[in-house]
Design a protein around this ligand. Structure first.
Ligand SMILES: NC(=O)c1ccc[n+]([C@@H]2O[C@H](COP(=O)([O-])OP(=O)(O)OC[C@H]3O[C@@H](n4cnc5c(N)ncnc54)[C@H](O)[C@@H]3O)[C@@H](O)[C@H]2O)c1
Length: 430
């Protein structure tokens, strides 16, 4: 039998962690405070969409290594306790530590000496040092173990991660290591605050790559270069690499926006002005305005124009709409008087829309413009010739992910606008 593990939080990180650890033979109990999530889990359903997770969860449950409970059902805690509750942004940009604090309060009162608390949630650098000092008098150990999985590929990412980071005392790290014995990846041992900073620095760097290529895309538009080709050539340099060099309407989701803001807040708090990071955040905010500006330029007023937004989640293959560009774009368009129809391959709720369409065809019929916000395969691979022909005359297609074929769209009679793909591109955008 493996380790006995309790996971706080049945969200994207906690549930994936619990399911993957239990499938590797550890005895895992996942706790949450949300009874609707627990009801779904009890019926063998995951409360959110994540490819491969539900099947793996059923396997683990049938082998008896995975169970679920509400937090109140557990009297005492022991073994390894992983914390994977949310740390959303507050209005100031700082991480909201309410949920983490609740969990730590419960553990301080109810964990047996010898318990190891493993922080998977992304918490600001400096947090763990304080928590470790608070828990130590109770004989409770503390380790930081930041998570790097990506929604949409979370299960594969968990098993095939490129590194495991463990921050803490040698004793706490030794206690956590057996959880990762089945993972074939380098394990970095460091002190707690460094582990916390690794997570923020990684996300800030990836966000920087995205904003950087978005700045280059603006220049491409100005000088008549095609950013796709530029990114391809730049990414061929193995010191740079091709990942995260895709120009578009910017990053969203539950991590990059909040983690970049929290790091910026941390810098300010310490009296340091992190210019580069602030520019990354500003560029990202500007990118989201591009489709709205482009449509305003094309139509003058957007009053009573019908605009379709395709891809409502922050990335493909997830149902997560937290900080998705689509929601902000929808609000801006509606503020200008447009009717905004949204479509997503997996149904999601987005209150900023005028309505949600059942299909691509429904979304685009008679629309004056369409914005591709997220590049789901179903959307990119659709028959864009016939979709465009179902739109209003002189329709505009704003390709916010540079994922569509400009020639096909122009050929069907619409105006195509990409990001860093100038119209007079004689070589083709791809
Ligand atoms: N989502 C990602 O891709 C990702 C990747 C890496 C790191 N992270 C970090 O992991 C953490 C969790 O993110 P997430 O996306 O899984 O969040 P989430 O919102 O999907 O899940 C958090 C869960 O915690 C539960 N919860 C809240 N208070 C609780 C309590 N007191 N006891 C038990 N459960 C409680 C909530 O009901 C919710 O189900 C965050 O700090 C996030 O920054 C997320």
């Amino acid at each position: 039998m493996g380790e006995r593990v309790t996971v706080f939080g049945a969200g994207y990180v906690g549930l994936v962690t619990g399911v993957c650890l239990s499938s590797a033979g550890h005895e895992v109990k996942v706790l949450d405070v949300d009874s609707s999530k627990l009801a779904a889990l009890d019926q063998g359903r995951t409360p959110f969409f994540e490819p491969g997770l539900e099947d793996l969860m059923r396997e683990s449950r049938s082998q008896g290594t995975l169970s679920f409970a509400t937090v109140g059902d557990i009297g005492r805690f022991s073994g390894i306790v992983m914390v994977a509750v949310g740390t959303p942004a507050t209005a100031t940009g700082w991480a909201d530590m309410t949920y983490v604090r609740e969990v730590i309060d419960a553990l301080e009162a109810n964990a047996e000496p010898g318990t190891v608390v493993v922080m998977k949630s992304t918490v600001p650098p400096g947090t763990g040092r304080n928590l470790a000092a608070r828990l130590a008098p109770h004989g409770i150990l503390y380790a930081s173990n930041p998570e790097f999985l990506r929604e949409g590929t979370a299960v594969t990412d968990w098993f095939e991660t490129n590194r495991v980071v463990l921050g803490g005392s040698p004793e706490s790290i030794e206690r956590v290591k057996p959880l990762y014995e089945h993972i074939d990846a380098p394990l970095l041992e460091c002190e707690v605050t460094s582990a916390e900073m690794i997570k923020y620095a990684s996300n800030a760097f990836l966000a920087t790559k995205i904003s950087f290529i978005n700045e280059i895309a603006v220049l491409c538009d100005l000088v008549g270069a095609t950013v796709d080709q530029v990114a391809e050539g730049v990414g061929m340099d193995e010191r740079i690499g091709p990942a995260f060099l895709k120009a578009g309407i910017g990053y969203g989701g539950s991590c990059f926006p909040k983690d970049t803001r929290a790091l910026d807040f941390l810098a300010n708090f310490h009296g340091y002005d992190f210019h580069l990071l602030r520019a990354v955040i500003d560029v990202n905010a500007r990118q989201r305005l591009l489709p709205v500006r482009a449509l305003r330029e094309q139509f003058g007023s957007l009053e009573d124009r019908r605009v379709a937004i395709l891809g409502l989640t922050f990335k493909p293959d997830t149902d997560d709409t937290r900080e998705a560009p689509a929601s902000e774009i929808a609000s801006l368009l509606r503020a200008e008087g447009a009717e905004v129809v949204g479509y997503n391959p997996i149904p999601v709720v987005m209150p900023e829309l005028s309505r949600t369409a059942d299909s691509l065809e429904d979304a685009l019929a008679n629309a004056h413009a369409v914005i591709l916000a997220t590049e789901w395969d179903e959307i990119v691979g659709a028959d864009w010739g016939s979709l465009v022909r179902s739109m209003a005359d002189r329709a505009v297609v704003f390709d916010g992910r540079n994922a569509l074929d400009p020639q096909a769209i122009r050929g069907a009679g619409a105006k195509y606008i990409g990001v860093g793909r100038p119209e007079d591109d004689r070589h083709g955008a791809r």
